[in-house]
Write a protein that binds this ligand. Structure first.
Ligand SMILES: [Zn+2]
Length: 750
């Protein structure tokens, strides 16, 4: 079966599922338990229960009882008790064979939760609380459950923007509710150092404070400066005292969450070098972001910092960053070069690896393990290191194949700084497009691993980088509801996942999130389009979908805004030539959100020969040479495999229509998204020829947008008129921004 065919089938499957109601009893638990069976009747919360504990510490007894009382359970003693809640830790054979697993049995007179550890018991309670109905009952059920992955993480960057202790606690509460057990706290980076280190006070007196509140404004300055907070000058920033960090560690531990601190090295450290410039190769502040690896003082500093960090954070893992180091300064530095010579290191990759390996040894001496971003593979991986795979899955695969553990955090699925709905309707984001369904679709185990290698995939994590996220409310909004999807990716076995049922539960969870003070995104109220091209039928197959649950999609194909009696969407729409489809959500007769329209073309260029006068960039080939004329229009993310990328020189292609053809319309759609350095072309030229030698220019169009336009925007550049020709040449001249990209899809010819 060809890719195209299977994609069409997939779309059809999706659209069929859209209409099928679930026959299974509907619970609202996230993440979905791996086994749940309905029983008869229900338990009433108002009935006073006698709580019985077995093998549980006093501290835990108090905490678990508090959870139950907080959720509305009546607790009685002796004679007043008419029902029973039994919480038991032990090794009985009927308990799930996982320290985080639990068994929960509810019947009208009794609730039993049993587990091998207090963590399992805690998760049993979380499931129980999510079973409580609006009329204060719990349906009779038997749940037997344990996680798919031992590592289930959420990362938050507090360097680019600083968030309060209360914000962190609020999110730890919600993570516990969702059975997420790792909080990766990104506490150091160029935009601000965020943890008190007693031996190096300048880190929090100066390196924690910058001149501009907005990261974007600060980033645009040169050099990017820090402010001595003692000077009384206006500054933006903040830090956590060691006491506060310990409080967070404790708060998390009570919720069975481990806090993993990240201390960046050797790159992303310009804030440290601004206040301790002797640790830079140049010896001067504001000259580089990387520590000098040739200088012993660097190791003294890092080890002293890590000693204080380890005293605060009991986590087995310490994250040392390791990403995006610019190695050019080490090439120029006599100390770094001397180190390379002395240690027999053949290049700067090996020099970076030298630092990582040396730090690993130091951590091991203190019974800790090193965790780093996938760049730590460059120059040779430290012997016991664990890799966090962010530049796709390649780093995780390479680590697993070489016998190292890995955690999957690929940008395309797990970077929650991407847009989660149409950029038109959203606050400015980094770029990309990562809606809830795409997060949910992620499988952290890559296909090309053997069963033995798969064991090394410890789990999965979402990352929230905060360049564009200047407030706690905005951070809430980017995290939720996507963290709901992450929790199910991490906990629930693939066979028990179901997007349509999850969508129902996620929609139902939104009022709960809001009641906990989380400013969640409430899911898109716009219809989403997907399509496939069927070259046999010579048609475009258009699929409409929505993230909302229990609503209808109505549409028109003539460009008019749908009303409540327009066609109801039930199956994919077949477009034989060209149609402007306008779709709108309805709740009964009531319109929800705005109408969305998209034009679909089975146009003249589809399947014709394409000549590249300038090669496409090898990193963004889309589907190769026919991508720009395959009828598949690029979506909202430049990385979706449909957009083709070009760098210096821009793009220049010739389409051979095969014979002289009557032409009325030649246009292409471009993207501009400053986060990933994608800009509209400065100018587009469309010309035609009969011999592919002498071309007649049809039009020359200048970009109507400034390169500083915020957010992701789309624009069509092209020509309309009337001519006859065999060859069409389409050129897009680059914008002149160094390192900037040109991205387009698709060229439409009529
Ligand atoms: Zn150096």
């Amino acid at each position: 079966m060809t890719m195209k065919k299977s994609f069409i089938l997939q779309l059809l499957m999706v659209s069929l599922l859209f209409c099928i109601p679930s026959a299974v009893a509907q619970y609202n638990i996230i993440p979905q338990p791996n086994s749940i069976k309905a029983g008869e009747g229900y338990y009433q919360l108002s009935k006073a229960a006698d709580i019985q504990f077995s093998d549980i510490t006093n501290k835990s007894r108090r905490r678990l009882t508090d959870y139950l009382i907080g959720a509305g359970f009546s607790i009685g003693t002796g004679k007043t008790a008419v029902s029973k809640i039994r919480l038991e830790v032990g090794q009985q054979s009927q308990f799930p064979e996982s320290d985080e697993g639990y068994r929960l049995v509810v019947n009208p007179s009794e609730i039993n939760i049993s587990a091998r550890s207090e963590t399992g018991l805690f998760y049993g309670i979380q499931t129980l609380l999510q079973l409580i109905t609006a009329d204060r009952t719990v349906p009779s059920v038997t749940v037997s459950d344990f996680p798919r992955f031992p590592y289930r993480g959420v990362h938050i960057d507090v360097s680019r923007h600083f968030y309060s202790i209360d914000f962190v606690k609020k999110h730890l509460d919600m993570m516990a509710h969702l059975k997420i057990n790792r909080f990766h706290w990104h506490i150091t980076d160029g935009p601000g150092w965020r943890l008190e280190i007693k031996k190096y006070p300048l880190l929090t007196q100066v390196a924690a404070w910058r001149t501009h509140q907005s990261w974007k404004d600060w980033w645009a300055t040169n050099p990017r400066k820090y402010t001595d907070i003692r000077s009384g000058e206006k500054a933006y920033g903040g830090f956590y005292t060691q006491k506060e960090a310990r409080e967070i560690v404790q708060y998390a531990a009570e919720r069975h969450i481990t806090v993993i601190p990240e201390i960046e090295m050797p790159g992303h450290s310009e804030e440290v070098l601004a206040v301790y410039p002797q640790l830079a190769c140049t010896g001067k502040p504001y000259t580089q972001s990387e520590f000098c690896i040739g200088n012993e003082q660097t190791f003294t500093f890092l080890e002293n910092v890590l000693k204080e960090v380890m005293a605060i954070f009991p986590s087995e893992y310490i994250h040392i960053g390791g990403d995006e180091a610019d190695k050019s300064h080490w090439k120029q530095c006599p100390k770094c070069q001397a180190r390379m010579k002395k240690e027999g290191l053949k290049d700067e990759n090996e020099l970076q690896s030298y630092l990582i390996k040396r730090i690993e040894k130091f951590l091991q001496k203190h019974n800790r393990k090193l965790l780093g971003w996938d760049e730590i593979l460059e120059g040779g991986l430290a012997p016991e290191a664990t890799v966090m795979s962010w530049r796709g899955e390649g780093g995780g695969i390479a680590a697993a194949k070489s016998g190292h553990d890995a955690i999957m955090t690929p940008g395309e699925f797990m970077y929650f700084d991407s847009y989660q709905a149409n950029p038109d309707s959203q606050p400015e984001a980094m770029g990309g497009f990562l809606p809830l369904e795409k997060v949910y679709s992620y499988n952290p185990v890559p296909k090309d691993l053997t069963a033995d290698e798969t064991r090394h995939i410890l789990g999965v994590q979402s990352n929230l980088w905060t360049e564009y996220i200047g407030s706690e409310q905005h951070a809430d909004y980017m995290l939720y509801p996507r963290v709901l999807a992450l929790s199910e990716v991490a906990w629930t076995n693939s066979g028990n996942k179901d997007w349509y049922d999850f969508k129902r539960r996620a929609n139902q969870k939104i009022p709960f999130l809001q009641s906990k003070g989380i400013n969640t995104f409430t899911l898109s109220d716009e219809v989403a389009f997907a399509h496939a091209v069927d070259t046999l039928q010579k048609a475009v197959l258009v699929v409409l979908s929505t993230e909302k649950y229990g609503v209808e999609i109505r549409y028109t194909t003539n460009g008019t805004v749908p009303n409540s009696s327009s066609a109801l969407y039930e199956k994919p729409i077949l477009v034989n030539d060209s149609a402007k489809i306008v779709a709108q959500l309805f709740d009964g007769k009531k319109m929800i959100g705005k109408p969305v329209s998209q034009r679909f073309d089975y146009h003249l260029g589809i399947g014709k020969k394409m000549i590249y006068n300038i090669p496409m960039n090898k990193y963004y080939p889309a589907a190769g040479e026919k991508s720009l004329i395959d009828g598949q229009t690029g979506g909202l993310s430049h990385g979706d495999g449909r957009w083709q990328g070009f760098m210096t020189g821009g793009m220049d292609v010739t389409i051979d229509m095969g014979r002289k053809t009557s032409l009325k319309y030649i246009t292409a759609r471009f993207m501009q998204s400053p986060g990933p350095w994608i800009y509209f072309p400065k100018e587009v030229v469309v010309s035609v020829s009969d011999d592919n030698k002498t071309f007649t220019e049809l039009t020359r169009v200048l970009t109507p947008y400034d390169t500083k336009t915020p957010g992701t925007v789309f624009h069509h550049f092209g020509w309309s008129g009337s001519t006859n020709a065999r060859y069409i040449r389409y050129q897009a001249l680059p914008n002149g921004i160094k390192g900037g990209w040109v991205f387009l899809d698709e060229i439409v010819v009529w």
